[in-house]
Design a protein around this ligand. Structure first.
Ligand code: HEM
Length: 455
């Protein structure tokens, strides 16, 4: 377009150039007004008529800009307070009652290139040698027309990387060393160590080391191994590589780092006995390795880091309105069940993953701010796990209070993409991350109590 404008100016067709510039300015102005004043109402209108020229012209930019902040718990609570459990945002219809979220997570889902509220850049997602997409979260369930890849690849992930060998490594001497150095770093907070943000040591490096040791058996004491892992896992910006349109920006491009990490995975002890099997839809070791780079970066390391931050830092975030450490301090650290409930209650009020998504497989309607609206088949539907966790109809009048002993906490918690343990897209890392969090709370809890006693 810029070239057309310049060529027209150079060839004495200035009126064409000014016409194009005028249209662009008008487009930007209209988009700005929508985003500033009519973000949700415009999306409500446009999502009902996606074929309409105005929707096709104006919705794409609105959904991209809106998706940047829509899923953050603080932001989505603002929209929740304005509209209620259902509304339109990030180019999706959000349906956030507990009943609706439960139905979504417990049933087969159509999927596309979205990550919760974010549009994804397909070329940034892992693809196999044959060109097939390997990203679990973008693969539709077989029961609603998927190829069966989701079920097969997921089984391959679980059998290979969340196996008995993983559980065994959790209690070996290396895992203990990693845990001890986390505790030692935690003890340095008072002397100024940035435990949560430091790229070296602390909460960030802990999860990279711990998960790669227990899941892959990688030699995390080897500097070359750690340098390769850190090139992908340090910091919070790596998600941009996967997002549309940000993944196009060369600064966010991580293809070469991903290739190196995948090579490490493929040579790791966890892959030693890997066999191509029909039940895994003939997934190759290289494909599994590539798939795991995205899972570890997006779900494993990032989600776990956030969960540990919410549980141990005292941060007031989302619906977590107290310094949760005050509750942590009162729990008997040998009571693993209470510690687990503490993690669940923290993540009920401030979940690391707030939104999942699906594609509507048929026309549907829902009530938004007291009125019923109809949406066509193919509409993107956000599944706000965060809202299911605060639905008063299920959690009762004390929904906003922190009470890790509340009845039904484990049963009704939707934060791992399931309800009552039912959901064939439930986070398969749930048990590992919960066991690790309990261990962290025990070790750091002891350190915290020791420091308090000597203060
Ligand atoms: C050990 C660390 C973790 C691992 C290995 C892991 C692994 C995975 C995998 C493989 C999936 C894709 C499942 C599928 O599509 O069938 C997934 C999804 C998911 N995980 Fe995790 N995860 C971890 C930590 C976490 C944490 C800390 C949370 C948040 C509390 C979390 C919440 C979720 C959610 C909500 C989904 C579903 C997302 C969606 O389908 O849109 N995970 N996880």
């Amino acid at each position: 377009m810029i070239a057309t404008v310049v060529i027209c100016f150079m060839n004495g067709l200035g009126f064409v150039s000014w016409g194009i510039i005028g249209l662009v300015v008008l487009f930007v102005a209209v988009e700005a007004v929508i985003l500033l004043y009519y973000k949700n109402t415009f999306q409500l209108w446009a999502l009902q008529r996606p074929w309409n020229l105005i929707s096709r012209l104006l919705l794409p930019l609105v959904e991209i800009v809106d998706s940047i902040g829509a899923g953050n718990t603080n932001n989505c609570m603002i929209t929740f307070n304005q509209y209620g459990k259902n509304f339109c945002a990030s180019g999706e219809v959000w349906m956030g009652s507990f009943a609706e979220v439960k139905k979504s997570v417990q049933n087969p889902q159509g999927r596309n290139f979205w990550l919760g509220e974010h549009p994804l850049l397909p070329s940034s997602l892992p693809h196999g040698e044959s060109g097939r997409c390997l990203f679990l979260l973008s693969l539709a369930s077989k029961a609603v027309g998927g190829t069966g890849d989701h079920e097969a690849f997921r089984k391959c992930v679980v059998d290979t990387l969340l196996s008995d060998a993983t559980v065994a490594r959790e209690s070996d001497s290396v895992a203990k060393e990693i845990m001890d150095s986390l505790t030692a770093d935690f003890a340095k907070i008072d002397s100024g160590f940035d435990f949560y943000n430091s790229p070296v040591g602390g909460n960030q490096e802990f999860w990279t080391k711990y998960l790669h040791h227990v899941m892959f058996g990688l030699d995390i004491k080897n500097k070359e191994v750690m340098d390769t892992l850190n090139s992908l896992f340090t910091g919070d910006m790596a998600l941009m590589h996967y997002l549309y349109p940000f993944g196009y920006v060369p600064h966010f491009n991580l293809h070469s780092q991903i290739a190196k990490v995948a090579e490490l995975y493929e040579k790791s002890p966890a892959f030693k006995n890997f066999k191509v099997k029909a039940e895994y839809n003939n997934m190759t070791a290289k494909e599994l390795a590539l798939l795991m780079t995205s899972i570890m970066r997006i779900a494993g390391v990032q989600g776990s880091r956030m969960l540990a931050w919410f549980c141990t830092s005292g941060v007031i975030y989302g619906n977590l309105r107290i310094d949760a450490r005050e509750v942590w301090d009162t729990i008997d650290l040998s009571n693993e069940d209470d510690l687990k409930k503490y993690v669940l209650e923290v993540s009920r009020l401030s979940p690391p993953v707030t939104v999942s998504h699906r594609v509507a497989m048929e026309d549907f309607s829902c009530e938004i701010a007291g009125k019923t609206y109809n949406f066509p088949k193919g509409t993107k539907v956000a599944i706000p796990l965060v809202f299911a966790n605060i639905d008063q109809d299920v959690w009762g009048a004390d929904v906003w209070e922190f009470n890790h002993k509340r009845p039904g906490l484990e049963k009704n918690h939707a934060g791992f993409n399931s309800v009552d343990g039912v959901g064939n897209r439930e986070c398969p890392g749930k048990s590992l991350v919960m066991r690790t969090m309990v261990r962290i709370l025990q070790d750091l809890g002891k350190e915290r109590r020791k420091q308090k006693a000597s203060a």
